[in-house]
Design a protein around this ligand. Structure first.
Ligand code: CTP
Ligand code: MG
Length: 410
């Protein structure tokens, strides 16, 4: 069995998030600090906070607000309480603190307000109000998977020229090796704290500060929706994207690049296998037979994801004659599927899986299952369970079935 034992909720790692919202918004020129300027009737900060909701496990948040502005601090506190309420007990700490004169100083102030127990820290610009929740979860997952700093990055599309002070062209930069980076940027907490403690210069991003202190930084695919609202044209663009989304589209792609997939799976009980379902171990329950660990929920999810992207299915991708997948865990298949989609240029937006079973008793572990699958998939996964009123093979407790849907963009 490849899968590790499930981590008990109480020992779940804690992701710290610093949201920097202390800038003045000079270029936007909207007469208020940028994070408090409204987009579709809500402050940019409200939108940015909402993107933290897909983070798995425990979360701590520190928002850097304009120093000495009691009214805006109160607004920020209300937004944190309202927008992050769905995290429930998983929100272990939150604070709104005075930012500094520079972004670097604001990040440092936020970092100081996060609890020591955070093992990974994300730093996010409130101005990137439409950064997708899936991107935020993906950055956090990549920090834990790699132990490195992680930045979302996009290829540079324009030709880049070096110029002198008078605007004369000196040469063309090779854009192949260049990327435009976004936030959230994620880091191992201890390394980021040490880098900020030692920071002498202002860096334009956190990865710069982290790297200046010797930290390794890697990139993941960025998202056009994570653009920074800087000018009035950016705000108008964000308004249009949200209006489109509310009208049934889904943002930068206008919905055109969105695809759904469906997956189903079933396995019979046997008397020799341990019971794994939705990435969780159920001690003392009869397990599910199969070439792998029989995790029907994960397998249905794999089929939904591959199907949405038009990339085949679990059988065609992970053949039963491939020794790498003998006894493989559901998480192994899901992690490999995530890579297959990423390599093919698809971003997973969300997924939902329903387990159809009388046993194991699944109800009280739904949240844990959703957290586990969300972490592996790198996008929000919801989990539900049902029975069939005694009908069929699940009703006779002969096995477990699952059905999943996934939404991907590419
Ligand atoms: N920021 C901050 N503290 C500062 C400066 C910036 O917290 N002293 C935050 C901003 O609130 C924003 C992010 O850093 O969320 C990115 O900065 P930028 O886009 O430059 O925002 P502003 O500084 O507000 O805008 P401008 O430079 O046009 O004044
Ligand atoms: Mg600025």
């Amino acid at each position: 069995m490849i899968a590790a034992a499930p981590v008990p909720a109480s020992a779940a790692p804690c992701t710290g998030v610093v949201v920097v919202a202390a800038g003045s918004g000079t270029r936007l020129g909207a007469g208020a600090p940028k994070a408090f300027v409204e987009l579709a009737g809500e402050p940019l900060l409200a939108h940015a906070l909402r993107s933290l909701l897909a983070l798995p496990g425990r979360v701590a948040v520190a928002v850097a607000v304009p120093a000495g502005d009691a009214a805006r601090r109160a607004t920020a506190e209300a937004l944190v309480a309202g927008e992050l309420a769905p995290l429930g007990d998983r929100l272990v700490a939150s604070a709104c603190v005075d930012g500094g004169a520079s972004r670097t100083a604001s990040v440092a102030a936020g970092l100081a307000a996060l609890p020591d127990e955070c093992d990974a820290v994300l730093v996010h610009d409130a101005a990137r109000a439409l950064a997708p929740a899936g991107l935020v979860a993906e950055v956090a997952g990549a920090v834990r998977a790699t132990g490195a700093g992680v930045v979302p990055a996009l290829p540079v599309v324009d030709t880049l020229k070096r110029v002198d002070a008078a605007g004369g062209v000196l040469g063309t930069a090779d854009r192949d090796g260049l990327r435009a980076v976004q936030t959230p940027q994620g880091f191992p907490a201890a390394g980021l704290r040490a880098a900020y403690a030692a920071a002498a210069d202002e860096a334009t991003d956190d990865a710069g500060t982290f790297a200046a202190h010797g930290g390794a930084v890697t990139t993941i695919a960025g998202d056009p929706l994570a653009f920074k609202v800087t000018t009035p044209a950016d705000l108008a663009q964000a308004e249009r994207l949200l209006a489109e989304r509310r009208a049934g589209g889904m943002g930068a792609s206008g919905g055109a690049g969105l695809r759904v997939g469906v997956g189903t799976d079933a396995h019979a009980f046997d008397d020799v296998s341990p019971c794994w379902l939705a990435g969780l171990h159920f001690p003392g329950e009869r397990g599910l037979s199969g070439h792998s660990d029989g995790d029907t929920a994960s397998h249905a999810l794999v089929d939904a994801l591959l199907g949405a992207a038009g990339l085949g299915d679990i059988g065609s991708r992970f053949g039963t004659d491939d020794p790498r997948y003998a006894n493989a865990s559901g998480e192994t298949f899901l992690a490999a599927t995530r890579e297959i989609l990423a390599e093919a240029g698809f971003r997973i937006r969300s997924a939902s899986v329903q387990v159809i079973a009388r046993r194991p008793r699944f109800g009280e572990r739904l949240a844990e299952a959703a957290e586990t699958l969300t972490a592996v998939v790198g996008a929000p996964v919801s989990v539900s369970a049902t029975t069939t009123d005694g009908l069929g093979f699940t009703g006779r407790t002969e096995g477990v079935a699952a059905v999943a849907v996934a939404l991907v963009e590419g």
